[in-house]
Design a protein around this ligand. Structure first.
Ligand SMILES: NC(=O)c1ccc[n+]([C@@H]2O[C@H](COP(=O)([O-])OP(=O)(O)OC[C@H]3O[C@@H](n4cnc5c(N)ncnc54)[C@H](OP(=O)(O)O)[C@@H]3O)[C@@H](O)[C@H]2O)c1
Length: 255
């Protein structure tokens, strides 16, 4: 599906799924603001997209866990409105909860939750006033199941999915689309074929962009994950907990 967003701000555009969002949006003619910490990667991407697609691309090098740097991005969203905000920047620290430093847990919440809420809060009032806009929030399938070994990450993505669905309902009648994109395992390198477990980043990004353009609350990309999604709700929770815990323990032992 083609979307009609003419301007977009993409966080975490320096690599992975966020880079795919930027490439796809530029290919469809959107002017971009791309945000991440690694300025040199953003600069290289911007040069390439300007040359290839003749769109305007502005680079904002910012650490979204840093309140001052984040405030600049929020300010931009308030005063220089974009039609589509893609809250993609996110990370997971993996390991037993008690063995990881507390700061690792808090940094995940700061990026995956606080930054996402703050940027959304900066963008949505203007979108509602204009009667037009989209917010695409990258959650994860891990938000729908217990996540031993990545408890804080899973909980942060559960927050993103729930928050996005509620906001979707609030603003749906106002011309603003809010969508939670919930990928399963996604290869972040290029030229990797999709298989039963792994999705390709371009496919994930494309599915998300199509979903927000269509005004869908939730997007689970990939046939295999679409099929597994209802089963997550049907499997008795104690069984699900035991299964994912066994997987995590085995993965930890083989490390
Ligand atoms: N890959 C998967 O299997 C998968 C599955 C489900 C959901 N997701 C979600 O998809 C999103 C993208 O992840 P990815 O897999 O594409 O990972 P990635 O390649 O590591 O990309 C993460 C992006 O976020 C940026 N970022 C990280 N910390 C940041 C910070 N403090 N401030 C600003 N930007 C920051 C990174 O750029 P800099 O390092 O340059 O700052 C990078 O551009 C995340 O929200 C992730 O949770 C991924």
């Amino acid at each position: 599906m083609r979307h009609a967003y003419r301007t977009a701000l993409v966080t975490g555009a320096s690599s992975g799924i966020g880079e795919s969002f930027a490439r796809l949006l530029a290919g469809r003619g959107a002017d971009l603001v791309i945000v991440a910490r690694r300025a040199e990667l953003l600069d290289g991407l911007a040069r390439e997209l300007v040359e290839r697609y003749r769109v305007a691309v502005e680079v904002v090098a910012a650490d979204l866990t840093d309140p001052a740097q984040r405030a600049e991005v929020e300010g931009r969203l308030r005063t220089d409105p974009v039609e589509l905000l893609v809250n993609n920047a996110g990370y997971g620290a993996f390991g037993a909860f008690a063995e990881l430093p507390l700061d690792d847990h808090l940094a995940q919440i700061e990026l995956n939750v606080t930054a996402l809420v703050r940027l959304t809060h900066a963008a949505v009032p203007g979108m509602v006033a204009r009667g037009r806009g989209g917010v695409l929030n990258v959650a994860s399938m891990s938000g729908f199941a217990p996540s031993p070994g990545s408890a804080t990450y899973g909980a942060s993505k559960a927050y993103v999915a729930s928050f996005s669905e509620s906001l979707h309902a609030e603003v749906a009648g106002k011309g603003v689309h809010v969508t939670a994109l919930c990928p399963g395992f996604t290869r972040t390198e290029d030229d990797v074929p999709a298989n039963l477990l792994w999705l390709r980043r371009d496919d994930v990004a494309r599915a998300g962009l199509d979903a927000v353009a269509a005004g869908r609350a939730l997007c689970v990309p990939g046939m295999q994950y679409k099929a597994a999604f209802p089963a997550l709700k049907l499997v008795p929770r104690p069984l699900l907990r035991a299964a994912v815990n066994r997987m995590w323990q085995q993965a930890a032992e083989t490390r």
